[in-house]
Structures are given as C-alpha cells and as structure tokens.
Design a protein around this ligand. Structure first.
Ligand SMILES: *[C@@H]1O[C@H](CO)[C@@H](O)[C@H](O)[C@H]1NC(C)=O
Ligand SMILES: *[C@@H]1O[C@H](CO)[C@@H](O)[C@H](O)[C@H]1NC(C)=O
Ligand SMILES: *[C@@H]1O[C@H](CO)[C@@H](O)[C@H](O)[C@H]1NC(C)=O
Length: 358
C-alpha cells in the first residue's frame, strides 16, 4: 500500500504536466526516486535520533551551529561577543529528526550540469553576487547512526540569475559559452571529525522549469590529487536542497534575483521538489538571517542521511580543468536539452503508466 501511494503521488505530479528540466527525462528521475524509496535498507536521519542524541552528537552540533551563527553575527556587527542567545539543547534533541528542515534523504537526479573535478574549497563565490549563504552540512551514516567523518561533499548551484558555470547548454543563460570558463558556485569539502562540511555560496536563482535548488553529491574513498581535486571512490548520495517558499519569495525580491527574466517555478509545482519530500524526507534547508535583512547574509543548515556503502552512478557533463569546463566524452548529458542520451522527455504519463512500470 505504501508503494502504491508513493507511485500514485508520482503520477499526480506527472499529471500536473510540469516539466522537471526542460527536455529532461522526468520518467527516469521518477523511477530512480521510486527505487530509492522502495529500497529495503532505506532509512532517514530520524531513525537514528536515539543513537545520535545518546552519543551527545545532536547536542554538540546544536551548540556548535548556534556558536557559528553568533560568530557570523559578531563579525558582521549585528551582535557583541557576549550577547549570544542560547536555546536549551534539550529542545534541539527533542526536535531532532522531526522538525522541519533538519533531515534529508532524497535520492534525486544530478541533472545535466554536474561538472566533475571541482576544487576543494569552502568559499565558492568566485565573485558571484547574491544572498551570501554560509551553509553547514552534516552527513550521517544511517546504517550505523554515526556522523560520516571521511567523506567529501560536493556542492553546486546556479547563480542568482539562474545560470550554471562550467557548462554550455541551450537554456543555460543565453546558451553562450560565457560561463564555461569559471568554476564559481562549485566546490568540494571534506567532512571533519563531526561529519560537517561547510561552504560559502549564494542562494541559487531559478531557471525555466525548476524552482531554486542546490545540488549535492557525497563521495567516499576518493583520492586526493596534488592539484586540490579528488578522483575515484564511490558516490552514496545524489541530492538537491531547497528553500522554503515564503522566504524564497523574499530572496527573489532582492537584487540581483529580481533581474532574472526566466519564468518562476514554485516549490509546490516542481516535481523534483515534491519527490524529494516523499517518504518522510525533508530537503529544505533551515535558514537564519545573520543581520536584519537578507542582504546581511544567511546561515543555512541541513543534515543528510546516507548509507556509505550505497553506490549511485551520476553522470557528469564536463570536467573542470585549468582551461575551464571540458566535455566528458560520451557523457549521456552531452547535447542537453535536445540530443543527449538522457534527454527524450516524454509528455506527462497517465497514472497507469507509472504503476505498470513498477
Ligand atoms: C566537533 O564538535 C565539537 C563540539 O561542538 C567541537 O568542539 C569541535 O571543534 C568539532 N570538531 C571539528 C573538527 O569541527
Ligand atoms: C550569472 O551568469 C551569467 C553568465 O555568466 C551572467 O551573465 C550573469 O550576470 C550572472 N548573474 C549574476 C547575478 O551575476
Ligand atoms: C587536476 O589533475 C587531474 C589529473 O592530472 C587533471 O585531470 C585535472 O584537469 C586537474 N584539474 C585542474 C583544475 O587543474
């Protein structure tokens, strides 16, 4: 019955007639998400609540994040050192895994714009403007209910006006090669002792067919190369993070987001957002203002549950090199959105099609 209702939800999304990535194969994405939801070993972060609370990890992370937000406020002149407002860690423990925006376990598509070989760096701004966001990501092994201390977290997103760097594709900005030579808003970070990776980026802009989202990939056992990139290893998780709709509308009203002429897709009608929320998962980041308004900067947190032994097989379209983004031979995303192997979007299916393909 659970399987049926999830399949049914996917069918309803398709019936809504919304295109995920224009030209992208929504059917493939739905089937992949479905396989994840149906997997017998799938567990989300909430299932580790007891272990993580008992080990003191939830309390430590709460205190660490509270201190980090305060540090950002002090640095930006919005608070004095001694003015930290602390919340009872017991409340954070109580809410862990249940409150909005603190767990994530969606398996989602990498989409057509993954560029492999990005630099290991925490600040990925490279001159991009927008709502500056200090993002704190905790990775939890839901098979052992422990933080993952030896993974690499990869992050990428479009810029404030909805254009990806490192790629050239019709529909990505004006389709020209203006952004292929920069690696802005893309980077990789190791998780430390507590399972944490941090980035400084911007809230991504929207583009045709998609609500605002950040992409992530979690790497295990990768080799660190001399030029500060990683190679090899396995990938346990491919996901996307989102922004709560009311807050997003406020971000979109600020510059330069308000100069983005591309049509807006709200979370509620984005099929990938809705798929990401199935099965008790919550891919929405928890975001706090550092000062009194969005322009003062943001602090965002999210926890991701992974099974480090899981093997996902996302496909990159380009490789980041000293000469900019270079095509990966035979990538199934090459030629997106018209002629790639992973293109071939077919019109929204009837409910029975989804059920027949189970
Ligand atoms: C891990 O968390 C503890 C408690 O918050 C903190 O004192 C320590 O600095 C953290 N370690 C790392 C490597 O981030
Ligand atoms: C986003 O990238 C495009 C292409 O490089 C650029 O034209 C645009 O100015 C960028 N947007 C912002 C807000 O910087
Ligand atoms: C890093 O080194 C690898 C292996 O030599 C190479 O393929 C890649 O292009 C280099 N990346 C950069 C950004 O220089």
């Amino acid at each position: 019955m659970v399987l049926f209702s999830q399949a049914f939800a996917a069918a309803v999304l398709l019936a809504a007639g919304v295109v995920a990535h224009p030209g992208g194969n929504t059917n493939r994405e739905i089937l992949r998400r479905q396989a994840h939801l149906d997997h017998p070993e799938r567990r989300n972060v909430a299932s580790c609540k007891r272990d993580l609370v008992e080990s003191g990890w939830v309390r430590e992370q709460h205190i660490r994040r509270e201190a980090r937000l305060h540090e950002l406020r002090v640095a930006a002149g919005f608070a004095k050192e001694h003015e930290i407002v602390r919340r009872d860690p017991a409340e954070a423990e109580e809410e862990y895994g249940a409150s909005a925006a603190c767990t994530l376990d969606p398996e989602s598509t990498e989409g057509p714009y993954w560029v492999m070989g990005e630099l290991i760096r925490s600040d990925v701004l490279t001159g991009e403007k927008g709502a500056i966001t200090h993002l704190d990501i905790n990775i939890i092994d839901t098979s052992g209910c422990k933080p993952v201390t030896d993974a690499y977290v990869e992050l990428w997103g479009s810029n404030a006006t909805g254009v990806y760097t490192g790629v050239v594709a019709k529909g990505n900005g004006d389709g020209s090669n203006t952004a292929v030579a920069t690696n802005a808003l893309r980077g990789v970070q190791p998780t430390g002792k507590n399972g944490t990776a941090t980035f400084t980026t911007v809230i991504p802009g929207h583009y045709v067919g998609r609500t605002n989202h950040l992409h992530t990939i979690i790497h295990h056992g990768a080799q660190l190369l001399a030029n500060n990139t990683i190679r090899g290893g396995t990938i346990s998780h491919v996901g996307q993070f989102y922004i709560e709709q009311n807050f997003l509308a406020q971000v979109e009203a600020t510059a330069p987001y308000n100069t983005n002429k591309q049509a807006i897709t709200k979370n509620a009608v984005d099929p990938l957002f809705n798929m990401g929320k199935q099965g008790g998962d919550d891919p929405v980041m928890k975001i706090s203002l550092i000062g009194s308004k969005i322009e003062d900067g943001l602090y965002a947190t999210i926890d991701i549950g992974v099974n480090p032994k899981a093997k996902q097989n996302p496909q990159a379209v380009n490789l980041w090199t000293a000469k900019g983004g270079q095509p990966i031979p035979n990538s199934p995303w090459t030629g997106y959105p018209d002629t790639c192997k992973y293109c071939g979007f077919r019109p929204p299916m009837e409910k029975k099609d989804v059920l027949e393909e189970q």
